[in-house]
Ligand binder design. Structure first.
Ligand SMILES: Cc1cc2nc3c(=O)[nH]c(=O)nc-3n(C[C@H](O)[C@H](O)[C@H](O)COP(=O)(O)OP(=O)(O)OC[C@H]3O[C@@H](n4cnc5c(N)ncnc54)[C@H](O)[C@@H]3O)c2cc1C
Length: 388
């Protein structure tokens, strides 16, 4: 590790390593600092991602694909199952290996990655931010850098050090818990989503198959609901009633900011990407691909600014993010707020109508059209998002 870099990236999740790769590819010096001892571990993720999204950044490789998904099964509170087939496929990843591969690509592009390096503050020269303060292997160090990219996850501390309000309103924070389980017999090409107040009020419960009779089973509930009852008690009730014989190999918990992208994702020479910038899809809670998209734009624009010696160029980052993804996320956010308040009766009636659509014509857009037919303003969003 040197004393000075063009760009320091804080956090080696998918957003951070993608930002580092896209910056390093333009020939600037990049350091990635990760507080944990391992890149990609512990895995706090259901690990589902779209194939199209992943392929924008990395060639699919069986070593990090646990299963390939070709259908979603939406389960209503009364147990009605609505199967949706899709051609475009999705993956359940092995994120431990996937995140490692992303880090290797970043490092092959020229970025240096250091683990067990905790960023505890920003370095300042008067009012100017000029680097980071870190604790690495028990020693305190200062690293000088022209630009700092905070890819340090939800509630980004580094963003806060720079003066950005990174908090999430509790009603937009999905409180999640997940078990990776074995001894479960699931259809290996289908992801299951359960809706309703019994197990996942203000969110959903997922079962994502990982092959060899294993799966990720998790749920996210709205922050306002989690105040009254813990997510893990919903989870255990589901497992005890549906899968009493499975083994729970790991348990993780965490928050997912299902909100709009933060108003400020650039402050002086500090840029935020991934969960730190709230670049998660607010409807699905998926943040792997959108974090990588955010990271790619962020890293490229940071490197361009260095090369042009023009920090006003950083302002292009929020604009480009908004055009490519942020605008869509605003629509997803409105749709989320429309559907997450549905009663169990309404969810059951949507499912009953949806199963009447012939399977070959049954799409997510068609189901949303049924769900939101009495909310014309949201129908426009649905039409734009799902091309119905
Ligand atoms: C239970 C759960 C299930 C989920 N399921 C899915 C899913 O199925 N599909 C999907 O797309 N998304 C899912 N998500 C969301 C997804 O995991 C995140 O959106 C994604 O990991 C964000 O990537 P990131 O790089 O922004 O942040 P992270 O992956 O959180 O990486 C941030 C990194 O920064 C490091 N760091 C933090 N602070 C510091 C510091 N001060 N110094 C140095 N390093 C630091 C952390 O150790 C971490 O490695 C899920 C989330 C949860 C909690």
């Amino acid at each position: 590790m040197l004393k000075e870099y063009d760009i320091v990236v804080v956090g080696a999740g998918p957003a951070g390593t993608t930002a580092a790769r896209f910056a390093a590819e333009l020939g600037v010096s990049v350091l990635v600092l990760e507080k944990d001892r391992d890149v990609g571990y512990p895995v706090r993720c259901g690990e589902a991602a779209s194939k199209d999204g992943i392929e924008q950044f990395i060639e699919p490789d069986p070593k990090w694909i646990a299963s390939t998904i070709s259908s979603f099964i939406l389960v209503a509170p009364d147990g009605t199952e609505v199967k949706l087939n899709f051609d475009r496929r999705g993956f359940v990843l092995e994120r431990r290996i996937f995140d490692y591969e992303l880090a290797k690509i970043a490092s092959h592009s020229g970025a240096e990655i250091v683990t067990k390096a905790y960023v505890y503050d920003l370095l300042r020269n008067g009012n100017e931010i000029c680097g980071v303060k870190i604790e690495h292997e028990g020693e305190k160090k200062e690293i000088i850098s022209k630009i700092i990219i905070a890819a340090d996850g939800v509630e980004s501390r580094v963003g806060r050090f720079a003066g950005i309000n990174t908090t999430t309103h509790y009603s937009d924070m999905e409180c999640c818990v997940q078990y990776t389980v074995s001894n479960i017999n699931l259809e290996n090409s289908s992801c299951y989503f359960h809706f309703g107040s019994k197990y996942s009020p203000g969110g959903y419960l997922w079962l994502f198959p990982k092959g060899n009779n294993s799966a990720n089973i998790g749920l996210g509930i709205g922050g306002d609901k989690a105040k009254k009852r813990s997510p893990i008690s919903f989870m255990n009730e589901f497992i005890d009633s549906k899968y009493p014989n499975i083994s729970k190999l790991t348990v993780v918990s965490g928050g997912v900011p299902c909100s709009l992208t933060l108003k400020e994702i650039v402050m002086q020479n500090v840029m935020l990407c991934g969960d730190a910038a709230h670049q998660v899809n607010p409807l699905s809670g998926g943040g792997i691909v959108s974090g990588m998209v955010g990271g790619s734009i962020c890293g490229r624009i940071a490197a361009e600014s260095i090369k042009k010696k023009d920090f006003s160029h950083l302002k292009k980052y929020p604009k480009e993010w908004h055009q490519r993804v942020g605008k869509k996320h605003e629509m997803y956010y409105r749709v989320k707020n429309g559907i997450y308040k549905f009663t169990d009766e309404k969810l059951n009636s949507i499912a009953h109508s949806a199963i009447k659509i012939p399977e070959e014509k049954r799409t997510l857009g068609a189901v949303f059209k049924i769900a939101l037919f009495d909310k014309p303003s949201l129908m426009i969003d649905i039409a734009k998002l799902f091309v119905i």
